[in-house]
Design a protein around this ligand. Structure first.
Ligand SMILES: Cc1cc2nc3c(=O)[nH]c(=O)nc-3n(C[C@H](O)[C@H](O)[C@H](O)COP(=O)(O)OP(=O)(O)OC[C@H]3O[C@@H](n4cnc5c(N)ncnc54)[C@H](O)[C@@H]3O)c2cc1C
Length: 424
């Protein structure tokens, strides 16, 4: 992950963000919520340009993460789509980055909820960090262009280039001394591709609680990879790596340009987070009549992490229902834009959708002949007792033994492989 930078096409960061501000602040026009749009975006991937430019904010990144997170595409399909244009070695940058996603899932499968706690001590003890994310960061008014632009882009588009995520996380933890968990919980809530494993473990990687050293960046690094209006000369990050490392380890510094209130312009409102979907989505209640309809039938559950058409072996008499577990959303609410995005995609495969708690859903499904779905670790604890689950789609050979570092996992997952095609 040393050069863990991914980028969105210029249109997404520039045109997309400006369009969104101007006309549709609640929707991401750049990433239409459909499988067709996901496949169209996959068809545009250019592996050679990706490898060359992915660290730049205007580089040729794929923009596929929201589709992958919500199961509109699987990692296997992404690799197959890319290889249809030509063979790639297994160590190609794009294959490598897909590997990070799969590795984080591997780590999650072993650590469970442990990914929400520091895996080991970082540069300072946990208790030395602030517990809350300061308002000037949330409101895009730190006065540091690189941070304020990142937050503005996040709120406007629901997405952010990998390099910008790294800068934002590093600033939060190592410059402002905010605990990584506060930043991770905030960011994952606002991302359209918010995925607990990729997000929380990336924050730990940046924080140095899941890696050997903290990830640090300075103004020169921003000037190299970001457009001019992100540059932050003369600010707290315009310093040597030695000075930034001392700051990360707790040295007191005059945090010029990083104090609340130093920001330029007005505060940006943070999008509200909602545990309930917008009322006009028209979700159905899971009532007695529905339970009666399910009696003796096979049921396929569609959920936000597997927005796919049901499998071909599902009988025509089966009932397809889209479900949102209220237990999950009480704990991890979404902005309205993500509710709308996910529900638009879900509606295409599940005309009947509901927000329900696991107990009520179990009662409604009690008379069904069989209940099936696709596993996903975000929901396993609620889905598992209710349905027969197909394994979450993945890529790379299964690595049984727990690997604590990406390189350990990568060595095992790709042992003996030459071409990326051997992964399919
Ligand atoms: C602090 C932080 C938080 C993050 N939170 C998330 C998150 O919630 N959800 C999420 O999907 N990714 C997250 N990432 C990883 C990465 O930033 C995004 O996957 C990537 O920016 C998505 O853009 P893309 O699809 O254009 O990626 P591309 O560069 O085009 O990569 C193709 C695919 O490979 C995978 N990938 C690429 N880079 C990474 C990476 N570093 N880690 C894991 N998978 C990767 C993604 O599935 C991505 O869609 C986070 C990274 C950081 C540093």
């Amino acid at each position: 992950m040393s050069a863990r930078s991914a980028e969105h096409p210029v249109t997404l960061l520039k045109t997309g963000a400006l369009d969104l501000f101007a006309a549709h602040p609640q929707e991401s026009q750049a990433l239409p919520p459909s499988r067709g749009a996901a496949l169209a975006r996959l068809a545009q991937v250019r592996p050679a340009a990706y490898a060359r430019t992915r660290n730049h904010l205007d580089g040729a990144v794929t923009g596929l993460s929201a589709y992958l997170t919500h199961g509109l595409l699987t990692p296997h399909e992404v690799l197959a789509g890319v290889l249809a244009k030509g063979a790639l070695p297994v160590g190609h940058k794009l294959v490598f980055e897909l590997g990070w996603r799969v590795f984080f899932r591997h780590a999650w499968s072993h650590l469970g909820d442990g990914i929400e706690n520091s895996l080991h001590p970082g540069p300072m003890p946990d208790h030395a960090y602030l517990a809350d994310l300061p308002a000037d960061i949330r409101q895009s008014r730190t006065g540091l262009p690189v941070i304020d632009e990142a937050v503005r882009t996040l709120y406007a588009t629901g997405t952010l280039h990998n390099h910008a995520r790294m800068w934002l996380a590093s600033y939060v933890v190592h410059v402002r001394h905010v605990h990584w968990r506060a930043g991770a919980d905030w960011l994952v809530a606002h991302l359209l591709d918010g995925d607990l494993a990729s997000n929380h473990l990336s924050w730990q990687w940046v924080a140095g609680t899941g890696s050997h050293k903290p990830y640090l960046f300075n103004a020169e690094n921003v000037a190299r990879y970001a457009p001019a209006h992100w540059h932050s000369p003369g600010s707290v990050i315009d310093d040597s790596y030695e000075a930034l490392e001392a700051l990360a380890r707790g040295a007191r510094a005059a945090i010029a340009g990083a104090r609340p209130g130093d920001g330029r312009g007005a505060a940006l409102a943070e999008p509200a987070l909602c545990a309930m979907p917008p009322a006009d989505l028209g979700l159905h209640p899971l009532d007695e009549a529905t339970a009666e309809r399910l009696r003796g039938r096979e049921v396929w559950l569609v959920h936000p992490w597997a927005l796919r058409a049901p499998p071909p072996d599902l009988p025509a008499s089966a009932v397809v229902i889209g479900v949102y577990f209220s237990e999950y959303h009480q704990r991890r609410p979404w902005p309205e834009a993500r509710w709308r995005w996910v529900d638009a995609a879900m509606a295409q495969v599940a005309p009947q959708r509901c927000l329900v708690d696991a107990t009520r859903l179990a009662a409604a499904l009690a008379g069904a002949a069989q209940v099936r779905s696709v596993d996903d670790p975000h929901l396993t604890r609620w889905l598992g007792p209710l349905a027969r689950l197909d394994a979450a789609p993945t890529l790379f050979p299964h690595v049984e033994r727990r690997c604590d570092s990406f390189s350990q996992w990568w060595t095992r997952a790709t042992r003996g492989l030459q071409g990326a095609g051997e992964l399919l």
